[in-house]
Ligand binder design. Structure first.
Ligand code: CU
Length: 349
């Protein structure tokens, strides 16, 4: 009797609660859509790496339209050797997307008619199955629209998630989206965007000609190239990054993979801060930070003296034999009290 009574009580109470729950399940999405429609609309400015779009000065949410294309193209992977890259926006990594926590992002993905394959995008900043990949899978010549709310601040990888996924990533289909916290980022003097990736060809590093993708080497995780920003010379020579002595430098660093973890290090600098794993928490006084495939880190440092600082994956065979090397050329006044350029050698007689 008491059980039956209890059941009745549960039913009597549960039905209105259920009705409320059903209402609640639908109502917020309706309101959310209405709210998103009422937001100011802006189109994201996307820049080619290593450049970074300007910091966000808005103090309120917006609807941010991001227009990305998927493009397949032949380019030099190292001088004298070409490779067919698959890209977001024509660069490896793809253009950095910069939004603010709470923004509604409308991502328009267009697969150029000249493409041979379907592509899509999975953004790690998305809270929902597939990160946008199911909504954006498009054949050459088509486009798709996908909308999501940037709930979490941080630096997130995006990549193509079309099968075979590792192959699409290995051909260069990755980039990052920076979701600034509501309070914004602290000002710095220079910002740069660098991503590491591993590339697989039948020929060894610098073999020459047009090299195809090598599936077996990719599965074996045995790259012929490990690169910053998609080419062995993307951050060296005339492409070197620049800074002045005393500048506060912030670098948005990611690993596209598909397979290798980066041990990111800058020879001649100590990171004052590393926002490890691309999140909001930081570690101080870091020499080398580990960045997994599909992960990121924000590093900050101040060059103290002029000269060349060298970016490497400190798994150094990759730096000196597979291309994972870059230069930051620092200008400004010498500070011999910090760094003495001249060796002080004496012969021992
Ligand atoms: Cu793809």
């Amino acid at each position: 009797m008491s059980i039956a009574c209890c059941t009745w009580v549960v039913k009597k109470v549960a039905l209105p609660i259920l009705a409320l729950a059903v209402c609640a399940a639908f109502a917020p999405s309706v309101f959310a859509n209405e709210a998103a429609d009422a937001l100011p609309v802006e189109t994201a400015v996307l820049l080619a790496p290593p450049n970074v779009p300007a910091p966000i000065t808005r103090k309120t949410p917006a609807k941010v339209i991001v227009n990305l294309t998927t493009e397949e193209m032949v380019r030099e992977i190292t001088p004298g050797t070409k490779y067919t890259f698959w890209t977001f926006g024509g660069t490896v990594p793809g253009q950095l997307i910069r939004v603010r926590q709470g923004d509604t992002v409308e991502l328009n993905l267009k697969n150029l008619p000249s493409s041979k394959l379907p592509h899509n995008i999975d953004l790690h900043a998305v809270s929902g199955p597939g990160g946008g990949a199911p909504q954006t899978l498009i054949a050459p010549g088509n486009q798709a629209k996908f909308t999501f709310k940037a709930l979490n601040p941080g630096l997130y990888v995006y990549h193509c998630a079309t099968a075979p996924v590792a192959m699409h990533i290995a051909n260069g289909m990755y980039g990052m989206i920076l979701v600034e916290p509501e309070e914004g980022m602290s000002p710095v003097d220079k910002e740069y965007y660098v991503m590491q990736g591993d590339f697989y060809t039948p020929g060894a590093f610098g073999a020459g000609g047009l090299q195809p993708f090598d599936m077996k080497r990719s599965i074996d995780e045995n790259p012929s190239y490990v690169l910053f920003n998609g080419a062995s010379n993307s951050l060296t020579g005339k492409n070197a990054l620049t800074a002045n002595v005393g500048d506060k430098v912030r670098m948005y660093f990611g690993s596209g993979g598909p397979n290798l973890m980066s041990s990111f290090h800058i020879i001649g600098a100590v990171f004052d801060r590393v926002y490890f794993e691309g999140g909001m928490k930081f570690q101080e006084q870091v020499q080398t930070t580990v960045v997994p495939p599909g992960g990121s880190a924000v590093v900050e440092f101040v060059p103290k003296v002029p000269g060349n600082l060298t970016l490497v994956d400190h798994a150094l065979s990759r730096a000196f034999h597979k291309g994972a090397i870059g230069i930051m050329s620092v200008s400004g006044e010498e500070h011999p009290e910090i760094y003495s350029k001249n060796a002080n050698t004496k012969s021992s007689e």
